[in-house]
Design a protein. Structure first.
Length: 125
């Protein structure tokens, strides 16, 4: 995969890389780029009895703002609404859910730096 320059948009590269990362960490990917009404979730993944609604954020190095710090109030609300719609369509009283962020920094040279923030925020935030 590396060191060739991927010509796809950075966001798409990051989402595919995040999905591979999560699979290797033991998650089962249930959906990517899932549209639920007017909301979109980058990745829906399951690990054990927990579903993670994952927002993927990426940046090229160097950027003064860390990618995980770009998930603002509005995006958190959208993810919360999308999760509610998803859970209503897939009811299971034994399933928990949470909101994760996978942050990826693409340095000019070398491998991407991936940070997985489990339970990055709660629905009340």
């Amino acid at each position: 995969m590396w060191p060739w320059r991927d010509t796809r948009p950075l966001g798409r590269q990051a989402e595919d890389l995040a999905a591979r990362f999560l699979r290797r960490a033991g998650y089962r990917i249930l959906a990517q780029n899932l549209r639920l009404g007017r909301y979109e979730v980058d990745i829906v993944a399951r690990q054990g009895d927990t579903i993670a609604f994952v927002e993927v954020r990426s940046r090229r190095d160097p950027d003064p703002v860390a990618p995980e710090n770009t998930v603002g109030y509005r995006k958190r609300r959208h993810l919360t609404h999308a999760a509610g719609l998803y859970m209503a369509r897939h009811p299971d009283p034994d399933i928990y859910y949470r909101f994760d962020i996978v942050a990826i920094i693409f340095p000019e040279k070398g491998r991407p730096i991936i940070t997985h923030l489990e339970n990055a925020f709660s629905p009340e935030e």
